[in-house]
Each structure stands twice: as structure tokens, then as C-alpha cells.
Design a protein around this ligand. Structure first.
Ligand SMILES: Nc1ncnc2c1ncn2[C@@H]1O[C@H](COP(=O)(O)OP(=O)(O)OP(=O)(O)O)[C@@H](O)[C@H]1O
Ligand SMILES: [Mg+2]
Length: 287
């Protein structure tokens, strides 16, 4: 993506600190800039502060030090209701956000705070149910959906509001392959609309393949911020965060250990396939 040299970040976090009322220091001196249209991953071990970090973005928790600017405005004095129109968070546990009596009502209710006409609300509700393949559950209670379906409804109830910034906490957790594919398409569509997307994930293979930029956190701090391929290839950084290297990087190291030193850095399935194809071709031509 081409970025103007003087583009102002959409989100600017400056020296953010947060201590929970029980004294836990969840965030320490966080400095982070996120630009319009970016897709960013946040990774790190359990308790690193990832969820706390994103909760500051729609005012669910207010930093105990530092400032956050969205579209160059300090969000300190903005209400959760105002911020929720710009920042949509889809939480780890969908039942923390679902509460209506039916799937249809869940979407309907979410749209009601947007100052839309009754007809427009119904139109958007119908459209969302279709897009998310939830039409067949329209009258069903969200409590009677499967884990994966309720996660999808939670996403639908936020995305129908069309927020400019979308944040997902562990979107692929517990999802089967078809739902992960649905999610990837969803992300791609939202990116075409220039949405800014932040994903918290422990799924290293997913991050390695789909997320261009990754932030690594430990103990309330950001310890790395850069291209996902570089960050997740770095054994030292990975060691700090209880993650494991992506399989492709492990495979590359194993080839190096076998003495295949001359190989170029392999960082994708395509690189690996090309490398193995050449290796086999060269071998068979020597026979
Ligand atoms: N409501 C709360 N009250 C007190 N401490 C909290 C609260 N929520 C989280 N914490 C603590 O703050 C720290 C950061 O928690 P947070 O939920 O942000 O981590 P996380 O990186 O999202 O972890 P996970 O990967 O397990 O979801 C942890 O030490 C946690 O125990
Ligand atoms: Mg969390």
C-alpha cells in the first residue's frame, strides 16, 4: 500500500498505561500508530495485555496515563456510544455481547442507535442476515446457536453498523475450516472498503499467511512491531512470547540442519514448493 509521507495515523496511542482497580498493570508505555486501511495482528502470550489494549479504543477502559487520538482527536472525553460508531469490537466470547431474544432482534437492536429510519433498519437487518448466512436462524434465540454460529452473529451485529475500525479478539478460535474461509473473505471485503482491521490471534499460521503487520506484546508492553514475516521468523522474539515458529520456518531450519545451506530464505508455501521442485529436478537430471 502506498502511504503519503506525511499521512496522519488514524489511531495514535501515546505513552498509554493502564492499571486495573485491583492493581494489575495491564499496559505499560504503549506507543502505537495505525494507518487507515491497515490489517494488523496483535499477538502475545495469555495475559500479555492484548484485550486490555483494544478495550481502550472504544472507551470500555480509560488509560490511567497517556492519550489516544482517533482521526487526530483525543478520545478521552468521547463517550462509549460515540466511539462505538467508529470502532467496532468483536469480543473473544460472543456471549459477552449477545443479549437479544432472537438473531434478527440482535442485528435490529445494534442498528437502532444509528439514527436510521425503521425501513432502513429492516433493510440492513435482512441484508446482514443474508450476507452472514444467518437467515435460517432469524427467529432463533442466540443462546441456541452453536459456538461458531454465535461468533458469526456477534461479528454480524457489529459489522452491520459499518464502523471504520474493526477489531476482532480471537476470531479464528474454535472455527472450522469453512468458517475460517468465510472470515478471510469477510476481511478481504472489508479491506476493499478501506476499513482498518485489528486482529488479536494466537493462530500463528493464520497470521503468517494473511496479516501484513504484527505487533508482539509481553507483560503489557509492545516488544516488536513490523512485517509479520520478519517478526514471526525471529526466534528470539518468538521465544519471548510462548509462541512457536510457523511451520514453514521450522521446515526451513530443518533443511538447513540437513546441510542444505545454499537455499534462499523460504518464507511461504510457494517458496518451499519452488525450492523442492528445483531440488527434485536437479537430482533427477544428475541420475
Ligand atoms: N477486569 C480485570 N481486572 C483485573 N485484572 C484484569 C482484568 N482483566 C484483565 N486483567 C489482567 O490484566 C492483564 C492483561 O489481561 P488481558 O486480558 O489484556 O490479556 P490478553 O493478552 O488479552 O490475554 P489472553 O490471550 O489470555 O486473552 C492480565 O494480568 C489479567 O489478569
Ligand atoms: Mg484476551
Amino acid at each position: 500500500m502506498i502511504r503519503m509521507a506525511r499521512e496522519i495515523p488514524l489511531i495514535m496511542m501515546k505513552e498509554i498505561g493502564y492499571t486495573y482497580p485491583n492493581g494489575t498493570r495491564a499496559l505499560k508505555n504503549i506507543n502505537l500508530n495505525i494507518f487507515t486501511g491497515e490489517l494488523i495482528g496483535i499477538m502475545g502470550r495469555n495475559g500479555a495485555g492484548k484485550t486490555s489494549l483494544i478495550r481502550t479504543l472504544n472507551g470500555l477502559i480509560r488509560p490511567t496515563s497517556g492519550n489516544i487520538y482517533i482521526k487526530n482527536e483525543n478520545i478521552n472525553s468521547k463517550s462509549i456510544a460515540t466511539l462505538s460508531k467508529i470502532v467496532g469490537i468483536i469480543f473473544q466470547n460472543p456471549f459477552h455481547q449477545l443479549f437479544a431474544n432472537s438473531v434478527e432482534e440482535e442485528i435490529n437492536f445494534s442498528l437502532r442507535s444509528l439514527n436510521l429510519s425503521k425501513e432502513e433498519i429492516q433493510k440492513r437487518t435482512d441484508q446482514t442476515l443474508l450476507e452472514f448466512d444467518l437467515e435460517k436462524y432469524r427467529k432463533r434465540s442466540p443462546l441456541n446457536l452453536s459456538g461458531g454460529e454465535s461468533k458469526k452473529l456477534a461479528a454480524a451485529s457489529i459489522i452491520c453498523r459499518d464502523p471504520q475500525i474493526l477489531i476482532f479478539d480471537e476470531p479464528t478460535l474454535g472455527q472450522d475450516a469453512k468458517e475460517i474461509e468465510f472470515f478471510i473473505n469477510l476481511i478481504n471485503n472489508e479491506r476493499k472498503k478501506r476499513k482498518t482491521i485489528i486482529l488479536i490471534t494466537h493462530n500463528i499460521e493464520f497470521a503468517y499467511e494473511y496479516i501484513p503487520r504484527t505487533i508482539l506484546m509481553t507483560e503489557g508492553q509492545i516488544i516488536a512491531d513490523g512485517s509479520t514475516k520478519e517478526v514471526l521468523n525471529n526466534e528470539f522474539l518468538i521465544g519471548q512470547t510462548s509462541l512457536i515458529l510457523p511451520q514453514i520456518c521450522q521446515f526451513y531450519l530443518a533443511l538447513q540442519e540437513l546441510g542444505l545451506q545454499e537455499i534462499n530464505k523460504i518464507s511461504s508455501k510457494n517458496d518451499m514448493t519452488d525450492y523442492l521442485r528445483n531440488l527434485i529436478k536437479n537430482k533427477s537430471s544428475k541420475i
